[in-house]
Ligand binder design. Structure first.
Ligand SMILES: [Zn+2]
Length: 285
């Protein structure tokens, strides 16, 4: 089985997006050559020991951005296909995640200026960045440094302080309605055959948290989705934020009866807590 991971699917969002017309075109190609399956189809196949070769394709969408309701779910419905949408529950508390703020900032084409602000702020507090290990397959090195420092590598107080400076300087919205799907829209999507999965409460790098902190992140996410009837107890799935997790995370998934967990990688794994996803950008090639 091949699983694709999408983020933004829209027009006019210059950073890390997949154009919505291209999305429809690629979807039609996939439908022609492969079989798109839902989370339920995957579950049925696993239950019946059926092997899903690479002709079977799953489509997943991270972070619950508005375009997933406005475009993606409507296009999928048009072709009778299902998608799996991973939702972080803090978006319902009017808290815009740092990851979306960063994507908005990166879409402004002011990167060099913003990078200098980051360095000068870190310089003021003598924060050493030379020995920070950054790996990236998608971004160039400077963008990867910028993103990873502000996503999770810096201590939270420093991250929040620098982001506040950037938000004010570039007039970035911090209203959730400008970014995310709401609960009613998710309910409508579910009724129309889409599946909802967990993506933690606040989108942390789970591998940097202890067991209790990870449990709280995942369990509170589960409760919100469950209380709003967005997930089925017997068919729980989760995508690791940033693809990061550790052995504690897997223990928690087992404890909470979460059956399927998705990461970001191209290597092969049979483990249902380590289902690999391919970034949708490969479809642009
Ligand atoms: Zn995410």
């Amino acid at each position: 089985m091949k699983v694709y991971m999408f983020h933004y699917v829209e027009k006019n969002f210059p950073y890390y997006h997949f154009d919505k017309d291209l999305f429809e075109k690629k979807l039609v190609e996939i439908i022609k050559n492969n079989k798109i399956i839902s989370l339920k189809d995957l579950d049925n196949a696993i239950t019946n020991n059926k092997i899903l070769d690479d002709n079977y394709v799953m489509l997943t969408f991270d972070d619950g951005t508005k375009d997933h309701y406005c475009y993606v779910s409507k296009i999928l419905n048009k072709y009778g296909c299902s998608g799996l949408f991973f939702i972080t529950s803090s978006i319902f508390d009017n808290k815009v995640l740092n990851i979306q703020i960063l994507h908005k900032l990166l879409s402004l084409n002011k990167f060099d200026e913003m990078y200098d602000i980051l360095l000068s702020e870190l310089n003021k507090i003598n924060y050493p960045i030379d020995n920070i290990n950054i790996k990236s397959t998608f971004d160039d090195k400077k963008v990867a440094v910028f993103k990873q420092l502000l996503q999770y590598k810096l201590p939270i107080e420093i991250r929040d302080k620098i982001l506040k400076i950037l938000i004010a300087k570039y007039n970035i919205s911090s209203d959730c309605n400008d970014y995310y799907i709401n609960i009613e829209q998710l309910k409508e999507m579910k009724q129309n055959g889409m599946y909802i999965g967990l993506h933690t409460r606040s989108h942390p790098n789970l591998a940097l948290l202890n067991y209790e902190e990870q449990l709280e992140e995942i369990y509170s996410n589960l409760l919100v989705l469950k209380n709003n009837d967005l997930v089925d107890d017997k068919l729980l799935s989760l995508a690791y934020p940033y693809g990061c997790y550790n052995s504690d995370t897997i223990k928690i998934l087992k404890k909470l009866n979460i059956k399927y967990a998705f990461k970001v990688s191209t290597d092969n794994s049979e483990n249902l807590f380590e289902i690999n996803r391919i970034d949708c950008n490969v479809l642009k090639r």
